[in-house]
Design a binder for this molecule. Structure first.
Ligand SMILES: Cc1ncc(COP(=O)(O)O)c(C=O)c1O
Ligand SMILES: N[C@@H](CCOP(=O)(O)O)C(=O)O
Length: 472
């Protein structure tokens, strides 16, 4: 049997795994979550020691998939997805201090952690679409990394057209080129005049326009899609077990923007993984740190930083945490989201905030701290952090964590994605891995659009093959 998935806003139909994955956003604007958290026994978790990444992935993911995909097919897709990674461990560690470990999540094709989930998601979606004889039109929003990973994972696939919205002029050159140099006809990079939050709002508005959504069979590859978050749960198990779990707890510090990655850590904990603290690390765009300090989630303007992928104010997956932390009362979530839409803020009640603080800590790192951290870690260990990982490393330094507990900082991007910031902080210009050697000279193809839903919809309608098929 497949688990049922419910919307955080309680007004969309319950779906099985495959339908929730194809739906992306729930029809009531909410996010799908499993009706209950599957758990793994401590013996099963202990048994992950010595297993390959793909084997652990199968054990963690299968309970969420149930009979929606045949087990042998699921195993095959997982094995293929992680075979494309350039490191045999898929997500190896580097030690940067006593009991401090950096978990490198950037050995996939686009050298950011998004590949870990996207390589699997593309295969899962393709499989389900092929079984059903369907096509999808994917709209994605990116602050820099999701877009490149999605384009790489879906390019050339016959069943999906992909439209990626990026904030014009606000991603790094490497990130932009990863989105604009794919020659495949089924992928479209769109530079929007606005911020990532504008891109994500456009995406959600397109999904909430049901006539458009249905005509185009819209699909999502952002962390609004439950399957994206699910695939990210795996590396928490892999990392914790490598450091002695489940016999001892491990703390995780997670560079955070849209709250998908750290929410995946929360899911791992709900499943039975002994995680000590989950630390939300933000740059100066610190809505999440402020929310945990004050109980008030309040959107302010976005400040550009050297960690542009985390220049986010409206942090989509916080809605999933809110749903759990308020006792899964969809009415509370609806009220909070209505208040957010109306006044740009909502306030958590005491019990909900206490439930969140029981699991999470938070901290922020400003720009000079990020630069100092890159320089210091490089001087002391020879290791180059990217600016997003440096946010995590700096927050870990200040978080007051128990020194006897291993701390894992998630390394979410390769430093060569942000060479200017890394060079300025360390004096060393990081080189792109060899497989990206053509990237900086390949011709670019990009479309520019205003921050306007009607224009976006017209652009997509004109190019999506699903519309052309229907007209033929
Ligand atoms: C390099 C990098 N680090 C951290 C984050 C933040 O992750 P999340 O949005 O899952 O919180 C992102 C964007 O998602 C990113 O691209
Ligand atoms: N930082 C992300 C923003 C989108 O996050 P997602 O996890 O919801 O896809 C990016 O790099 O695009």
């Amino acid at each position: 049997m497949s688990l049922a998935y419910v919307s955080t806003r309680g007004e969309a139909p319950k779906l099985g795994f495959a339908d929730a994955m194809l739906a992306g956003l729930a029809r009531d604007g909410g996010l799908y979550v499993p009706e209950a958290w599957p758990t793994l026994s401590q013996d099963v978790i202990a048994g992950f020691a010595g297993k390959s990444y793909a084997e652990v992935a199968e054990a963690v993911i299968a309970p969420y998939v149930g009979d929606a995909i045949a087990p042998a097919k699921l195993r095959e897709m997982i094995s293929e997805a992680y075979a494309v990674f350039r490191h045999p461990a898929v997500t190896p560690f580097v030690q940067t201090g006593p009991n401090r470990f950096v978990l490198e999540l950037f050995h996939g094709p686009t050298i950011a952690f998004k590949d870990v989930a996207m390589q699997l998601l593309a295969r899962l979606m393709d499989h389900v679409l092929a079984e059903r004889g369907l096509r999808t039109t994917i709209i994605g929003a990116t602050s820099g990394d999701t877009g490149g990973a999605a384009i790489e994972a879906f390019r050339g696939r016959d069943r999906a057209d992909v439209f990626i919205l990026m904030p014009h002029g606000k991603v790094s050159e490497v990130q932009r080129r990863q989105m604009t140099t794919a020659p495949d006809a089924n992928v479209h990079a769109i530079a929007v005049d606005g911020s990532f939050d504008d891109c994500q709002a456009l995406l959600k508005a397109a999904f909430n326009h049901h006539a458009f959504r249905d005509r185009l069979a819209l699909g999502g590859v952002n962390s609004i899609n439950w399957a994206r978050v699910l695939a990210q749960v795996v590396y928490y198990f892999v990392a914790a077990v490598a450091l002695g779990g489940p016999r001892r707890a491990v703390d995780f510090v997670v560079p955070t923007g849209n709250f998908g990655d750290v929410f995946a850590g929360y899911v791992a904990k709900r499943m039975g993984l002994p995680i000590g603290r989950l630390v939300v690390a933000t740059n100066v765009n610190d809505i999440l740190a402020r929310t945990l300090e004050t109980g008030r989630y309040e959107v302010k303007g976005v400040t550009p930083t050297t960690s542009p992928s985390m220049d986010i104010q409206v942090s989509s997956n916080f809605e999933r945490l809110l749903f759990d932390a308020c006792g899964r009362d969809a009415g509370v979530v609806r009220a909070a989201m209505a208040s957010l839409a109306q006044s740009g803020a909502f306030t958590l009640n005491e019990g909900t905030l206490a439930n969140i603080l029981a699991e999470f800590d938070a901290g922020r790192a400003d720009e000079s701290t990020v630069a100092q951290t890159i320089g210091k870690v490089h001087r002391e260990t020879g290791y180059l952090l990217d600016p997003h990982t440096a946010v995590g490393h700096a927050v870990a330094d200040a978080a007051g964590l128990d020194p006897a507990t291993p701390t894992v900082v998630l390394a979410t991007a390769h430093p060569a994605k942000f060479p200017d910031a890394v060079e300025a902080a360390s004096g060393v210009r990081p080189e792109l891995p060899a497989h990206l050697s053509e990237l900086m000279s390949a011709p670019e193809r990009v479309n520019q659009l205003p921050n306007d839903l009607a224009e976006l919809e017209a652009f997509v309608e004109k190019r999506a093959r699903i519309v052309q098929d229907a007209a033929a």
